[in-house]
Structure formats: structure tokens, C-alpha cells
Design a protein around this ligand. Sequence first.
Ligand code: ATP
Ligand code: HSE
Length: 293
Amino acid sequence: MIISVPATSANLGPGFDTLGLSLSLRNRVHIQPSKFFSVSIKGEGANNPRLKGNNLFINIFNDHYRHLTGKRGIFRFKFYNQIPLSRGLGSSSAVIVSAIASAYSAAGVNITKRKLLNLALHYEHHPDNITPAVMGGFNVAVVENRKVYSQKKRIPGYLKAVVVIPDKPISTAHSRTTLPKSYRKEDAIYNLSHSSLLTACFFNESWEMLRIAARDRFHQVARMKNLPELFDVQKLAIENNVLMSTLSGSGSTFFNMTYKEDAQPLLEKFKARFPSFRCAIYDFDNDGVLFRD
Ligand SMILES: Nc1ncnc2c1ncn2[C@@H]1O[C@H](COP(=O)(O)OP(=O)(O)OP(=O)(O)O)[C@@H](O)[C@H]1O
Ligand SMILES: N[C@@H](CCO)C(=O)O
């Protein structure tokens, strides 16, 4: 069986721990019963010895498979990873979601997307990456009593993501420790109002107003100071009139949204200005996790 999960871009500026969307690059895992346990990794993380030893996927998979079947099970896992690690593109959410989905598939137990999402919340306590990873599209998500309540909007094909992926990783866990412990009331209202407007813009397809709605006072500037070139990335994007330009998750990637026809010219400008960063155009994903026999 093959399970695949898309990359995600969370926060989207003001929607800290709340908003996220999914992108068309995916991690795929192929699982087969076998006489011997084995792991092979192609693509992102292939040269990372930590991923073969204490692999987050294998640990979560084993927990769920044992819980469902009462057995340990021996499998051959082949990973084909497109999502860069620790770059703010939801690599950890993709691993969590794919491990749970794989365990249910391997055990022959059906699982709804809603249940999968709530199980994923045990491993990642903010829902903004796991929700689009499971559901696809743009999502607004909140947590009440350890359950995720979310709404999804499909993203039209005439929009593109132009992403700038720096060569330096940022760990989400570390990055969260650098954020303020409290916020001024004015800043809380600023983010609440902008995040609400941004959500309405997506649902009403009012893309032009995103330029105002995507502004943030909670987390971006503090995080961008760790990699000051990101201020230049955002400046270049805004000068080129993108619809929105926000730090992706906890960084280090910058996410920019444009109309289809504006994506390639913007990409060329990013490549010329930031030659050591990986710059790419992606479609948006509206499917989320996919199961295939
Ligand atoms: N393909 C993978 N296989 C196994 N573990 C992975 C894989 N990708 C990511 N991880 C685990 O997730 C960690 C990265 O998670 P982290 O939350 O810091 O970044 P991210 O999810 O890429 O970014 P963000 O949450 O900001 O979108 C890695 O250090 C590793 O432990
Ligand atoms: N909302 C999360 C996204 C990264 O996982 C954060 O900003 O830390």
C-alpha cells in the first residue's frame, strides 16, 4: 500500500497556530509485509542517518499498529520524500499523519479523516499543519477538549505558491521558545482581526485584500531576525505585488501567493537575487492524505 501526505504552510501571517494550507509536493511511503524489517529513504532526508535509526514515523506506526492488532508486525518501509526537513513546510506533520494512516491501512482498519486528524493532534498540539495535511486546501482549525474543529476551502488552480527555501533549517520546537510569553491587547486585536479577514478572503475568493489581511504582529519578525535575508525576500515579494508573502510555519521557508501568470516572473527574480536558496513554484493541493493499495 502507498500513503502520501502533502506539504503544508501554516500560520499564513496572522493566523498563528490556526490557519494553514497544503501544497502539491508530497512525502510517499510504500509499505509491504516482510520477513525482515527494513527502511529505505529517497529524496529529502536520504542522507540523514538519524532518520534510519530513531525514526519518528516508525515509532508512531509501531504504537498504532500494535494497538490495533496486538502484534508487532514486520514491514519493509520505502520512503520517497519531497518535503524538506525543518524548513516550515510541515515535514513533521506529514510524518505524523502518514504514520497513523499507514498503521491503520496495514492493520486493515478503516479510519475517517476526522479521526486521523484527532489522533495526529496527540503528536503535534497545534492544528494548523496537521489539518491541511489531512484535509487538503485552506483550513481554519481550533482545538477544544483535545479535538480539532475545522473548516476547509478548496484553492482554485489559477493561484500558485512561489516558495523560497533557505539553506538553513529552523526547528519549530526551538523557534517557539524564542516567541514572547504574552502580547499587548492592541497586537492581539490586530492579529485577531487580520486572521479573521484573511479567512474571509479565502472563503470569498477576495484575493486582492490578502495584501492587508496577511499582516502579522505575533511571530514573523522575531523569527525572521534569525535569518535576516528573509526581510529582503519579503520586500522583493511585496515590491512585485504578490497577493500575500508570509513566513511558512516557523520558517525558514517564505511562502508567496500569486496569480498563475505572475508566478514565473517572480520566481526568476527570487532566483537571481537569492542564488543559494531553493526557489520553486508549486500548485496548491486540495486532497490532503491519500491512501492507495
Ligand atoms: N521524512 C521524515 N522522516 C522522519 N522524521 C522526519 C521527517 N521529516 C521530518 N521529520 C522529523 O520532524 C522534525 C522537523 O520538524 P519541525 O516541526 O522542526 O519542522 P517542520 O515540520 O518541517 O516545520 P513547520 O512545523 O514549521 O512546518 C525533524 O527533525 C524530524 O525529527
Ligand atoms: N503554528 C506553528 C507552525 C509550525 O509548526 C508555529 O508557528 O510554531
